[in-house]
Design a protein around this ligand. Structure first.
Ligand code: NDP
Length: 486
């Protein structure tokens, strides 16, 4: 009987006559070694997993559009911002940091907030978080910090002790710890949270002038969070609450939106601010550097295939475009290296030519062979080195970034003691109303379950320096009397 469905084939395209029964010697077996169709099927299943991301393994994503609503061309020549009304396609991926791929969505954790803008001069990846700061200011500390968020080598359980031991010995983490333990540490779903580039980046314009810039993405759905109690109930009912909410909302045609805003600092100001503007544990106060509107982001299309379009999506802060650059932020430099490195390991050397990562602008380079190399050469096969006389791609000096002015001698600077780690967490603490403070204290107390007293005391001393009411509030939530603690 004629079949309307496509004909089943092997991966080499040969038609398959039977997709249920192995090739056997006799009705009762055994299977013969020449049943390559059986082995192909099983071998493929064995290879369906790629290494999950060491951090940000659990993710949710969607396609969308960025539209310029305000002219910022005096700061940057990036073509994505070249005119009001211009639209650029994008792919967003949100994630939790610590949990593995099967982790529950509604867990208290920082959220990744990444945007791949497919601009006409290459992909610009804004690889941010839902927090404007981070736990550490130097990439040298990052692997240790992440170790404290992951499983203990012996128990294979996550360890509150490791977390608070590290945090209490690394007081630059106070600002981010306060955000994590506050209401915003547990959003209801990706569309109810802000995003931040967090690092200081730079803009440079057609006149070769550099500005320092911070990126902000303000939710237009309003902030919504779960309390710990609410989240426990949600996780009891569904471990996939973010995926359900994001996918379902877009499927219903209700498209989440964010206002894209920037803070701009003239290059020379970096010498004058009372805080290091390249320190990832600090914000720039809005009163010093007000938010400037840039445009609007809308998510409006669900991926057709999660693995192809979200798991394979490879974001890296190294993906910048002419008009956007880095800053002296040392954590940023570590990330510029580590993300691309992680993708080469996870997806292979040619991960940028996977359909979801491939720029929508022309790509022409001299990288050669390697696993999964399948893009074609630069039109002329003789142009496979540089310089050449055969019409191969040439560098364009007009996109040369202006030199970055750096002062200082090379060294490993430990400047913890000189740096004020308390003022900005205090400004944040002062934003909280009484009920928010109460939830902060309780969330911290809950997260300190099983932590040795000396570590708790060390951390309480930091809270005291932010505000005595902060330390006392946590003591009360822990059931420790004030006098006993002093
Ligand atoms: P502003 O009062 O001008 O801005 C406060 C900022 O804090 C807004 O961006 C607001 O985001 C955000 N915010 C409000 N409530 C909370 C909350 N409960 N938890 C976390 N963030 C919240 O103050 P400053 O710019 O002087 O900053 C004061 C403190 O605010 C900082 O120390 C920092 O902790 C925090 N903050 C500052 C940001 C900045 O870039 N300056 C960005 C985010 C937080 P929204 O408008 O979306 O409500």
């Amino acid at each position: 009987m004629a079949n309307k469905n496509p004909r089943l084939t092997t991966s080499a395209g040969a038609p398959v006559s039977n997709n249920k029964n192995s090739l056997t010697a006799g009705r009762r077996g055994p299977v013969v070694l020449s049943d390559y169709k059986l082995f192909e099927k099983i071998a493929h299943q064995n290879r369906e997993r790629i290494p999950e991301r060491v951090v940000h393994a659990k993710g949710w994503g969607a396609h969308g559009t960025f539209k310029v609503t305000n002219d910022i061309t005096k700061y940057t020549r990036a073509k994505i911002f070249s005119e009001v009304g211009k639209e650029t396609p994008l792919l967003m991926r949100f994630s939790t940091v610590a949990g593995e791929q099967g982790a529950a969505d509604a867990e208290r954790d920082v959220r990744g907030f990444s945007i791949k803008f497919y601009t006409e001069e290459g992909n610009w990846d804004m690889v941010g978080n839902n927090t404007p700061v981070f736990f550490v200011r130097d990439g040298y500390k990052f692997p240790d910090f992440i170790r404290t968020q992951k499983r203990h080598p012996k128990t294979n359980l996550r360890s509150n002790t490791a977390m608070w031991d590290f945090w209490s010995l690394t007081p630059e983490s106070l600002h981010q710890v306060t955000i994590l333990m506050s209401d915003r540490g547990l959003p209801v779903a990706p569309m109810y949270m802000n995003g931040y580039g967090s690092h200081t980046f730079s803009f440079w314009n057609n006149q070769g002038e550099r500005y320092w810039v911070k990126f902000h993405f303000k939710t237009m759905q309003g902030h919504r969070h779960y309390t710990n109690e609410e989240a426990k109930k949600v996780i009891g009912e569904s471990r996939e609450s973010y995926q359900e909410e994001l996918f379902g909302t877009i499927e219903r045609g209700e498209f989440p939106k964010w206002k894209f805003m920037v803070q701009i600092m003239p290059e020379a100001d970096a010498e004058k601010t009372p805080y290091n503007p390249f320190d990832l544990t600090k914000v720039w106060p809005h009163s010093d550097y007000p938010l400037i509107e840039v445009g609007e982001i809308e998510l409006n299309r669900n991926p057709e295939n999660y693995f192809n379009e979200v798991e394979n999506a490879a974001y890296s802060p190294s993906n910048v475009v002419p008009g956007i650059g880095f800053s002296p932020d040392k954590m940023l430099q570590a990330r510029v290296f580590s993300y691309a490195d992680a993708h080469r390991y996870r997806l292979g050397a040619h991960y940028e030519s996977l359909p979801i990562n491939r720029p929508k602008s022309p790509v022409a380079h001299y990288h050669k062979d390697g696993l999964m190399r399948y893009y074609t050469d630069n039109n002329n096969p003789d142009a496979y080195y540089e310089p050449n006389s055969f019409g191969g791609p040439e560098a364009d000096p007009s996109v040369e970034e202006p030199p970055m002015k750096i002062n200082g001698d090379i060294g490993r600077y430990e400047y913890e003691e000189e740096i004020d780690v308390y003022t900005q967490p205090r400004a944040l603490f002062n934003l909280f109303d009484d009920a928010q403070k109460e939830r902060l204290f309780n969330n911290i107390a809950e997260a300190m379950g099983g932590v040795p007293t000396e570590i708790i005391e060390r951390q309480l001393a930091h809270f005291d320096k932010v505000d005595p009411a902060y330390g006392d509030g946590v003591r009360a939530a822990l059931g420790i009397s004030q006098t006993a603690a002093q």
